[in-house]
Design a protein around this ligand. Structure first.
Ligand code: NAD
Length: 260
């Protein structure tokens, strides 16, 4: 879809050894960017992913282990990257429970990984972007950054928080060639969503297909999942000159969910 207009840029994508992060990394690499992949694990397959991406797209790709629940590791990820022209804050987890039963450690982990990590990586990346004279920050929020669902208190709070944080980042960089936006996907069939299917099947006595159609896609008017490729291309678009004046906004890629 896009030429290799990102050649010479380095993109750091947090939480990118699976799902949406990996999809975004592929599209950024296809557009010519060098990429830093990340997760908290340090397995052979994580490093193999970097090799595959580099081979497929002819760019430099590194895998850097860093736990996005820890502020010092968030900052060290950016320091180790050395350059960060494009920052994609994507790492995220989910837990579903009523507020009164919500485990405190799950609340803390979701706020740390889905929200606070972006504060740390952004604080570390902005000086590098300013030195390079160009920068793009894309925060992967969610339709749950704009609307709510019961039993997802920590996730909805974190995602609303990251939409707000994106606006503040945009205002603080408004006079510079740096933009910051939130991308708000509806349901995407990734491991994070797959993991919610068995519990929902059990809770409501539904088949897998019924969970997908009647529970997950119930609020997605398109009745279809968003794909990681579509989110990758949205991210690449936000890195293009066409998007230079798009900053501080939340871009919905949700099959009409938030139009309801
Ligand atoms: P996923 O589980 O496939 O990916 C999550 C990524 O985050 C993985 O690479 C995982 O290793 C990483 N991660 C988790 N904890 C981490 C930590 N402590 N440190 C570093 N990395 C960590 O899920 P996904 O669906 O691809 O989710 C990616 C992002 O998209 C999340 O922020 C999620 O909230 C958001 N999102 C997903 C959907 C969806 O329907 N799948 C919808 C809207 C928003």
């Amino acid at each position: 879809m896009f030429q290799k207009f990102l050649a010479g840029k380095t993109a750091v994508v947090t939480g990118s050894n699976s799902g949406i992060g990996l999809g975004i990394a592929h599209r950024l690499a296809a557009a010519g960017a060098d990429v830093v992949l990340n997760s908290f694990t340090d397995r052979d397959e994580d490093h193999a992913l970097a090799d595959t991406l580099a081979r497929e797209h002819g760019v430099n790709v590194r895998y850097i282990q860093a736990d996005m629940s820890k502020g010092d590791e968030c900052r060290s990820l950016i320091a180790q990257a050395g350059r960060c022209d494009i920052l994609v804050n994507n790492a995220g987890i989910q837990h579903v429970a009523a507020i009164q039963d919500f485990p405190v450690e799950k609340w803390d982990a979701i706020i740390a990984i889905n929200l606070t990590s972006a504060f740390h990586t952004t604080a570390a990346a902005l000086p590098l972007m300013r030195a390079a004279g160009w920068g793009r920050i894309i925060n992967v929020a969610s339709a749950h950054g704009l609307t709510a669902s019961a039993y997802k208190s920590a996730y909805v709070a974190a995602k609303h928080g990251i939409v707000g944080f994106s606006k503040v980042t945009a205002l603080e960089t408004a006079k510079e060639p740096i933009t910051c936006n939130a991308v708000c996907p509806g349901y995407v069939l990734t491991p994070l969503v797959e993991a919610q299917i068995p519990a929902t099947m059990k809770e409501y006595g539904l088949s897998r297909d019924e969970v997908i159609q009647k529970v997950m896609l119930e609020r997605q008017p398109s009745k279809d999942f968003v794909t990681v490729e579509q989110l990758g291309d949205t991210t690449v678009f936000l890195c293009s000159d066409a998007a230079a004046q798009i900053t501080g906004t939340a871009i919905s890629v949700d099959g009409g969910w938030t139009a309801l």
